[in-house]
Design a protein around this ligand. Structure first.
Ligand code: SMG
Ligand code: MG
Length: 369
């Protein structure tokens, strides 16, 4: 593939409601979009990094810099031999920066697949036309406010509810949601690393609520802690932040640190590594589901394709566009009986709406390749 230009474009999209987690509150999604221009096609992807290094060490300004000064030059060195499959090996000497690596690999893969007329789902091995949608519900100021939000999402058709938790907002919201909506709704929690092993006895109080899983209760590097916690509670542990590679997945599974994995392509360097995690987990009989980073339609399209692989057996944080934005960058993803449709067109299978894009763009930087 011969790339002519790589464009980095910073956009700001307001969220329809603030999203509070144990590490902070987001009121808008600030995103760097990467556009890869070749003679034959344009590839698009979005960087999942947030403006602040709170979910992980990555953040947008650093990501733009590492892309420009450290990653793109390594791709340029490949010349016309560059393919999406060679991106990760070429970037491997640069430590970390998985989200920055992921956005480049994904935009290049999109351009490559558009050139050959293959969809993301077709390339990755999707086996479903639609995928079940869950929704991640932020920490709220009060239980009534939370119950209203959950009622609204269930009425829209979401098939699984994830509650963000933190110390002081855990037992009460879970109990209230179970009491109000009953034992049949699929319910899970996500702590984003807010607890320690000293909280094990407290977290075990969630056991009677029959949660699908507890996501990332402790620090990302605490594999052993999670393995120990798994012996002290009956709710299955799912890892998110801890898993940055297929090797991490194998380690976590072997140690007993998790029995379910949240796969986020951005966190693991892209869709190729995400698929390897899917495969490793499947080989161990460990179910996976597709996480989310408040993606626009650009990132959502590829996530939905990934979520259609066979071992994505739990509903993902792949919600409809209107859960996040009044106006998405693409035609909106909409719920159909609680499911999102997997795009079938070439590449990510969705198009960026030029007028919307222009109206939300704060800056653009073009790198001649
Ligand atoms: O994309 O619907 C979404 C957000 C899902 O809860 C979500 N993501 O830890 O899984 C997670 C969080 C990380 C992003 S918080 C800004
Ligand atoms: Mg999470």
């Amino acid at each position: 593939m011969k790339i002519e230009t790589i464009e980095l474009r910073r956009v700001h999209l307001p969220l329809v409601r603030p999203f509070r987690t144990s590490f902070g509150t987001s009121t808008e999604r600030e995103v760097t979009l990467v556009r890869v221009i070749t003679a034959d096609a344009e590839g698009w992807a979005e960087c999942a990094a947030d403006a602040h290094p709170l979910y992980s060490s990555e953040f947008l300004d650093a990501s733009d810099l590492v892309i420009r000064d450290h990653l793109v030059p390594r791709l340029q060195a490949l010349g016309n031999r560059l393919t999406a499959e060679l991106v990760a090996p070429a970037l491997e000497p640069v430590k970390g920066h998985m989200m920055s690596k992921a956005v480049l690999e994904t935009a290049i893969l999109d351009a490559q697949l558009k050139t050959t007329g293959v969809s993301f789902g077709g390339y990755l091995g999707a086996v479903r036309e639609t995928v079940p949608a869950g929704v991640s519900v932020g920490i709220m100021d009060s239980i009534p406010e939370l119950l209203d939000a959950v009622a609204g999402y269930l009425a829209e058709g979401y098939l699984r509810i994830k509650l963000k938790i933190e110390p002081g907002w855990d037992l009460a919201p879970v109990r209230a949601v179970r009491e109000r909506f009953g034992p049949d709704i699929l319910l899970q929690v996500d702590a984003n690393t807010a607890y320690t092993l000293a909280d094990a006895r407290h977290l075990a109080l969630l056991d009677p609520f029959d949660l699908l899983l507890m996501e990332q209760p402790m620090k990302e590097d605490d594999m052993l802690g999670h393995a120990n916690l798994a012996k002290l509670i009956s709710t299955p542990i799912c890892l998110d932040e801890s898993i940055e590679s297929a090797r991490d997945a194998a380690t976590a599974i072997t140690l007993g640190a998790c029995s379910i994995i949240n796969v986020k392509p951005a966190r693991v360097g892209g869709y190729l590594e995400a698929r390897r995690i899917h495969d490793v987990a499947a080989a161990h009989g460990v179910p996976v589901w597709c996480g989310g980073m408040l993606e626009t339609g650009v990132g959502r399209a590829a996530n939905v394709a990934l979520a259609a692989l066979p071992n994505f057996v739990l509903p993902g944080d792949t919600s409809a566009s209107n859960r996040y934005f009044a106006q998405d960058l693409t035609a909106p993803f909409e719920l159909e009986n609680g499911h999102l449709r997997v795009p079938t067109g070439p590449g990510i299978g969705v198009e960026v709406l030029p007028e919307v894009l222009a109206s939300v763009t704060a800056s653009t930087d073009s790198i001649r390749f």
